[in-house]
Design a protein around this ligand. Sequence first.
Ligand code: AP5
Ligand code: MG
Ligand code: ZN
Length: 214
Amino acid sequence: MNLVLFGPPGAGKGTQGSVLAEKRGLTKISTGDILRDAVRAGTTLGIEARKFMDAGELVPDSVILGLVREVIEDAGNTGFIMDGFPRTIAQAEGVDKMLHDMRKSIDAVIVLEVPNEALVQRLSGRRSCPNCGAVYNVYYDKPKQEEKCDRCNSELVQRADDKRDTVVRRLDVYKEQTSPIIDYYQKHGADVHFINGDRDIEDVQSDILKIVDR
Ligand code: AP5
Ligand code: MG
Ligand code: ZN
């Protein structure tokens, strides 16, 4: 099963994708996580990507497509969940071609729908663990100890691009450059599902599982 988890910033792609990957033994491919790791490691890729990320803009397609090819190849024969990718029509076309060459395909596209007001609130409350990647929310999904990761006890951090102005820009970029992909997939006959993501994490997950386990 190869899936695309799609939706605006803060829709819950990372949250849902991590639970699903664990439950069904799938590989989660998050281009955002890969880029943030590169930023933290200070690699050439990280230095280049950071300028775009901190401004809420997209990292160039050529950079992203190169990254994803490697990860999909590494995923071998386990299925994968793409989180935050593709994000432009050029990326969607690029990955289609790449998968075709590898004799793979996308089995379902799951779109998480959440209104903008809720997204802004979620992103302002998000905290993540720089060590193990766990994600929390000070409003909806608190860690047991304040500002500490439940899993590895590291100090939690706020993402640099979760500042209000950057969030507003990311939402615009999603609308302009990313949301047209839904139409692209529908026109190309993909199995597209829309899920109301503005509910409890468990309820959203249970709807996703219904699609995955059909
Ligand atoms: P990326 O890391 O992909 O960020 P994003 O798409 O903006 O999405 P987020 O990670 O912010 O949200 P999410 O949907 O994963 O939500 P989460 O589960 O964390 O990309 C970051 C940047 O990298 C981009 O701006 C771009 O610069 C670059 N980039 C990445 N991929 C790229 C690509 N392919 N091409 C070009 N550039 C690229 O949840 C959010 C919060 O809400 C959390 O605190 C969570 O606890 C909480 N929450 C989750 N679900 C619920 C719920 N049901 N109810 C209440 N709270 C909830
Ligand atoms: Mg995410
Ligand atoms: Zn941790």
